[in-house]
Design a protein around this ligand. Sequence first.
Ligand code: ISL
Ligand code: CA
Length: 571
Amino acid sequence: MKKVNENNNKLNNNWFKDIVVYQIYPKSFYDFNNDGIGDLKGIEEKVDYLKYLGVDAIWFNPIYKSPQDDNGYDISDYYNIDEMFGNNEDLFRLLDIFHKNNIKILMDLVMNHTSYQHYWFQQALKGKDNPYRNYYVWAKPKNGKEPTNWKSIFGGSAWEFDPVSEEYYLHYFLKEQPDLNWKNQEVRDEFIKIIKFWLDKGVDGFRLDAVNVIGKPDKLEDFKNPDDIQNYHNYPITFDYLSEIYEKTFKKYNVFVMGEVAETTVDLANKITSSKKKCMDAVIHFEHMKIDRNENMERFEKRSVDVEKFKKIIKNWNTNLNEDAWTTWYWGNHDWDRAISRFGNVEEYYLESGKMLATILLTLKGTPIIYQGDEIGMTNCAFPSIDEIRDKESINYYKLNIEKENKDVLLDKIKSCSRDNSRTPFQWDNSDYAGFSKVKPWIMVNPNYLKINLKSQIDDNNSILNYYIKMIGIRKKYSNIINFGSFELMGENIKDLLIYKREINNSSMIVINNFSSNYKEINLHDLLNNYCYNNCEIIIANYKISLKKLLFEKKIKKLPPFYSAILFTKK
Ligand code: ISL
Ligand code: CA
């Protein structure tokens, strides 16, 4: 009989639809050797916590060798773990331990650029004849200036001058992150090798960083509007490159690949995640990251949360995603300020809004990703000065605007929008440095750790943590409805009310949310069509008020701020 090689059996490979992913920012999770920086042994040490939470897979931000100009998104060696996190042996041991605990490991992979310190780039700098020169994108000056008006996503020009060859190289992000030339087959082959290397070591998949910018415009010409970020994304050639990679690597393994793709619509997700020209298993799209930003998603220009826009976005994704396409959902990650500070109300409805976010995240069609610390309601950090900011994107923004804007206004914007908000150390307990390390960490600890920390929430039934644990259980128990059930908004036109019905076969659930800081007057009995008339079960709620009154009395009642509950019924 033919031996079935599990790794080669990509058929029925749908396990990634039923999992809950937890994102770990390794630098800030747990510092085992007390040098102020989180590390792999620190993550290993906390496996019991992750098990207790009930998550199925961990996605690590990059841990490869890197000079850390962009916290690991600038890789100088793709085959080795950076010393600050440990070494390859530490990762292999961790894989083993996590697998024994039924937790999968997804690595982050940066394919758009390397660090300027990578061997390839150092070679490329040696001159136009170097065999590695063509690994990157070079262009001659135009009238003594940058070749085009392209902008870096992190501010300033996307071109940096190399005085030796008198040419510019392209960088969509920091100047320390030169963009690779994906036209070059050798570059694609390098990544095929890198991916296979890690998959053969037992890694369960990848999160592909900024992967829809790897294909560049055919001609290096000025953009009409260089500030429009669409100019930099989604050139069709990108998906030729990615499907080549998928065919030659991922397809042969039973793994999960999610690609970070800003500026991606449902239509594009349908194209790139379904079987015809598959580039990845699921997208990490950005549509809901725009509900408090402008269309260009300017990091430091925050607006109030547009719940009506959010409703449209989730309706679209939950109804128009093809059967064989897939997405992920998340409220935040290492690139955004903290979810609860952004979408909730920390001052007045801390617990309620933190829990509501959990209900929504875990009841949408798509693989949920919980960002470390969101499950204990970690908030933005009151950075006292620009000296406490570590992120170069924020520092660049400060430098570029300090002449034009008032210093305090600028600092306020950074405090409320900087990526560093989500990068402060995980708050384990109320001991020094929040129990993260015994020494001063690489980035400040949020001073609210005395109040907000894991230890204080474990035995508190009313904590955000325990709500998350319950919701993770619900996500798994009801995964069939959540992943494959129909989606219908109810009371769609009632402002700030987010109610949706999920249904499959003879089971259904209604998720009720008041996504606002106001009481909402509503006759739920009528709105839900008498849904709870028969044996309806309230499987979770974030308020102790009598739901019976709300649901069964045919009267207008007040739904409290950030109210959130799930009803379930079987016919
Ligand atoms: O293009 C964007 C929106 O216009 C950006 O949000 C972009 O998608 C995002 O910044 C990409 O982020 C990823 O790559 C960066 C790194 O700094 C981030 O931490 C990472 O998540 C460069 O590698
Ligand atoms: Ca350490």
